[in-house]
Design a binder for this molecule. Structure first.
Ligand code: UD1
Ligand code: CA
Length: 477
């Protein structure tokens, strides 16, 4: 039978204390719901139904995914009620249905696949976990737990749970409905479960909201199935991190750290050297060649690609950029939407802004800002300069404090600098202006007209000295 996936994402997330719907909060640069949808898509289901309610329009707009069927839950009456909103969209009663939560973003494909596989022999399969601190989660009550078992036995170890002798699942009791003995149970409900559509319809048709939160609990299906002698199986997830649900900002930050650790491990598996795997943040995709080395505290946003032997110094922020083989980005650089060639050296403290293309072996030094500019191979802009809306030829040397004055207050203009130009320090190019190949510009010049090739051009007032000049003296008091 085919598989369809329902993702619950209608809740407000009161405990986030935020105007943003909970499932739109980001981890690793992407909304939690987008992470869950990505995971769902990897299972190649016939359809994905997302139940939305709180902030429904914003959720739809943000996600923008044509593969999704959106189901509106006008009032958030509980997880059971939420699933009911999606069931009419399921092709037929024989379809296998996997229920995921928009606020549980760390689940792995293998774990979910295991759940689906189990369904062939069971009526209901759910995912549980053993937690040292089960506070807040629904507890898995197994046969005998609440009556004949002593407290010691309730706090079973992981091995006991995995052992065949362990009793069958009887019910799930929510934290708010649990008595003191049930609260001691450490096996918790991840919320994730799988069953056939027909069974879900039948069970959910029977549940009530007679509980502490006056909600229709999806978890009540378990007791109903057990009562009807249907087989319920709880698979214990061996990595309890996977099932972490985000209810507040503490959980959000915990989940962020776990995702970052997973990304760091993947990078290192691919051969990247991370000076400290706990101090890297990747918010998007990072493609790396061989022998890439990344120092501490850098943030990589969007889609970045680093060639072989690229090294990134401490505290870099790199956004949607390509950096080719052998280039060193020194500490404290900010680079956005740029293409950087081979064997370049950038920074420390350089800012490379959008639409910048650096050729091979270009050097950009400290306190240099470059925007919308092509700088060709071998050129150097080593200190304190602003190069914007410009073309800089090959092997150009731009002296300290050079500024392209690209903006006349209304429009932007271009500065074109030929090959082998030498620009003295503290030069201003008032654009539009073109500097011929091989030209030399004297230091301190304000260049307002095009300059010829191979000649020295300077525009500065002449220096003179006044003989017999006396410094003013202080008047005696
Ligand atoms: C739920 C489970 C609990 C489990 C925990 C795991 C129930 C009754 N309880 O509790 O056993 O341990 O998740 O994280 O299922 N939602 C809707 N519509 C609603 C209510 C919720 O779409 O009317 C969505 C939320 O957006 C969220 C998910 O369902 O994505 C879970 O809801 P939440 O209120 O966080 O449930 P918990 O109390 O955490
Ligand atoms: Ca939750």
């Amino acid at each position: 039978m085919g598989l369809e996936i329902i993702i619950l994402a209608a809740g407000k997330g009161t405990r986030m204390h935020s105007d943003l719907p909970k499932v739109l909060h980001k981890v690793a640069g992407k909304s939690m719901l987008a992470h869950v949808i990505d995971t769902a898509q990897k299972l190649s289901p016939d359809a994905i139904h997302v139940v939305i309610g709180h902030g429904a329009e914003l959720v739809k707009e943000t996600i923008q995914n044509d593969a999704i069927t959106w189901c509106l839950q006008e009032e958030q009456l509980g997880t059971g009620h939420a699933v009911q909103q999606a069931l009419p969209h399921i092709k037929n009663d024989q379809q296998n249905v996997l229920i995921l939560y928009g606020d549980v973003p760390l689940l792995k494909i293998d774990t979910l696949q295991q759940l689906i596989n189990e369904l062939s022999a069971k009526e209901l399969v759910l995912l549980s976990a053993m937690l040292d601190d089960p506070t807040g989660y629904g507890r898995i009550v197994r046969e005998g737990t609440n009556d004949t078992y002593s407290q010691g036995e309730i706090q079973r170890s992981m091995n006991d749970v995995l052992n065949d002798s362990v009793k069958n699942v009887k019910a799930i009791v929510e934290q708010k409905d649990a008595d003191s003995i049930t609260l001691k149970i450490k096996e918790i409900n991840s919320g994730i479960l799988a069953a056939q559509a027909g069974h879900l319809k039948e069970w959910l048709g029977k549940i009530s909201n007679d509980n502490a939160q006056q909600e229709y609990y999806l978890t009540d299906c378990i007791a109903l199935a057990v009562k009807q002698k249907q087989i319920v199986e709880a698979i214990v997830c061996n990595d309890e991190k996977e099932i972490l649900g985000v209810n507040n900002k503490m959980n959000l930050s915990q989940v962020e750290r776990i995702i970052q650790q997973r990304i760091a491990e993947k990078l290192m598996t691919n051969g990247v050297t991370l000076i400290d795997s706990n101090r890297i943040d990747v918010r998007g995709s990072l493609i790396t060649g061989k022998d890439v080395e990344i120092d501490i505290n850098s943030i990589f946003i969007g889609d970045n690609e680093f060639g072989d032997g690229v090294s990134i110094g401490a505290n870099a922020v790199i956004i949607n950029s390509k950096i080719k083989a052998g280039t060193n980005i020194l500490a404290n650089c900010h680079i956005e939407n740029a293409n950087i060639g081979e064997k370049c050296e950038v920074g420390p403290y350089a800012r490379i802004r959008p639409d910048t293309n650096l050729g091979n072996k270009v050097k950009v030094g400290n306190f240099v800002e470059i925007k919308k500019a092509d700088v060709k191979a071998g050129s150097k802009i080593n200190h304190l300069s602003y190069i914007g809306d410009s073309e800089v030829g090959e092997n150009v040397n731009i002296g300290a404090g050079t500024i392209t004055c690209n903006y006349d207050g209304a429009n932007k203009h271009r500065t074109i600098i030929g090959d082998n130009v030498f620009v003295g320090s503290d030069t201003q190019f008032v654009a539009p202006v073109t500097i011929g190949d091989g030209a030399t510009i004297g230091a301190g010049s304000t260049i307002t007209k095009d300059t010829p090739e191979q000649k020295l051009t300077l525009a500065r007032s002449k220096q003179f000295t006044i003989d017999n000049w006396q410094r003013p003296q202080k008047k005696p008091k």
